[in-house]
Ligand binder design. Sequence first.
Ligand SMILES: [Fe+2]
Length: 389
Amino acid sequence: MPSYVRAGSLPHKRHIQFRRPDGELYAEELFSTKGFEGVYSLLYHVHPPTATLEVREWERPGAHLHANDPLRNRHIQTQRSNVAGDAVEARVPLLGNSDILISVADVTEPMEYFYRNVGGDELLFVHRGGGVLESVFGQLAYRANDYIVIPAGTTYRLIPATPTRLLVHESIGTIRIPRKYRNEFGQLEEHAPYYERDFRAPVLGDPIDAQGAYEIRVTNAARNAIYVVQNHPCDVVGWDGYCYPYAFNLEEFAPITGKLHQPPPAHATFEAPGAAFCAFVPRLFDYHPQAIPVPYNHSSVDCDEVLYYVNGNFMSRRGIAEGSITLHAAGAPHGPQPGAVESSLGKTSTDEVAVMVDTFKPLLLAEAAFELEDPAYYRSWITPSTVPG
Ligand SMILES: [Fe+2]
């Protein structure tokens, strides 16, 4: 959605006759959002995408969510998860509310079917691994530290070339570039930490002109079904518009730094209904001669904070490793652990990589979050010499 893209063969005008080499008509499809008033794309299929042979039940396990009770800060050690599979079946829901569901997925297998989440956009963060996201829009190669934005309704499958660890966000709405980065025409402004050319669109190859029985697993707000369609979904010869999956790698993120500590909104990447996303990447620290590089203690009274630790030295957090998630609950103070402020003084840069999502409604916990929890985390700010017993 960053800007207009066109790929493959297109007719001169929309909604006019566009013929295949054999003289038959291509099938035009409008892929639209917000009825006919949001961003959209026009796709041209070799065969109509509507030919459905069968619809049957998809018994997809739901996420059973429980209150963060007793209300406290938590550390979820997702590196201990032992669920693996394809990019849908391997999802382990951890945290969620009525706006968003957050899962991890260790992807070891290609999807043997297509998948379509109609209920909202998905945002995948690639912690490790590489491969291809294949969709009706073409092939989108991915690698570690990519964010992949997948618009609601996109028919896709993930094909890992190497084992892939994903952090998966399923939103109920549109995942968009923050308004503060865009001018009145939608273009990224000079002060934004990224630019349109940093975003990668799918590459459209030759259409797959094949007929048979192709499975598409469809989900929409906990209603699920399996569609078996007659025509291969990736039979598109051309498309154009503003609505398509795209990727953005954190290497391209130009972090905003300052004389004093920059708060998380300075590191914003995306926003969604009820959620804001940030990325912390290698950067120079603040340059005031008496600056304190690590964050101050704080309580966010309006949001729950979820931080996923990717790699590097997580200076302000003891006991945290790659793949850890911390949930800092609204109203529960948190900050650097004992000694972290003092040991940070004089440091000039950090190599840490972490991604964050703040939610404005309280997050609930799935069963796996309790199973993978380090129950001592909320006590990790105690000065060691004062720990009783
Ligand atoms: Fe925080």
